[in-house]
Design a protein around this ligand. Structure first.
Ligand code: BEZ
Length: 179
């Protein structure tokens, strides 16, 4: 993946818009890969599903807490992508009180498939989901790649460590020392 451009896709997001009126004032907003990645250095991480235990207890909250440290290391944004629709991703973001991490709904799995990271999770009744990975993406180009070991369909358990924010921070810090 190093040196490759992230796939060009259009994500279907739901955004709050008071002009919609009523008790649920949200509308669709298309956001492209270019909108998310052009001209920015970002950390992207991907996980098997919103609301799943490791993702909700460690991975997402730890990225949220450590966001200021990432900023000091030249990271403009932190994005979390999952093969879940915009309604689920918004509900997850709200439940986590996110202020720093932005959630990207890849409901159709198109982005994840084109990243080569789509796996079957039929053993859990999940269908197709993302293998856990993270990347530093600079202006749309993958600069650093952190993929959990054992990429496979219907994996027993879901490894978590290589793509943790702590591991990525350590890599970015050692890069800075070496520079
Ligand atoms: C998790 O804890 O992150 C998890 C649980 C079940 C399936 C996938 C992920």
């Amino acid at each position: 993946m190093l040196g490759r451009k992230v796939p060009a896709v259009t994500f279907r997001t739901r955004v709050r818009d008071e002009s919609v009126g009523g008790s649920n004032p949200f509308r669709w907003q298309d956001v492209t890969s270019d909108d998310y990645f052009a001209g920015k250095r970002v950390v992207l991480f991907s996980l098997p599903g919103a609301f799943t235990p490791t993702c909700s207890t460690y991975q997402l909250p730890d990225f949220e807490k450590l966001a200021p440290e990432f900023r000091t290391l030249g990271v403009d944004e932190i994005y979390c992508v999952s093969v879940n629709d915009a309604f689920v991703m918004n509900a997850w973001g709200k439940s986590q009180g996110l202020e720093n991490v932005k959630l990207i709904p890849d409901g159709s799995g198109e982005f994840t498939r084109k990243m080569g990271m789509l796996v079957a999770k039929d053993n859990l009744g999940f269908g197709m989901r993302s293998w856990r990975y993270a990347a530093v993406v600079n202006n749309g180009i993958v600069e650093e790649w952190f993929e959990e070991e054992g990429y496979s369909d219907n994996c027993d358990g879901d490894p978590y460590g290589i793509s943790s924010p702590q591991n990525i921070l350590a890599a970015l810090k050692s890069q800075k020392i070496a520079a």
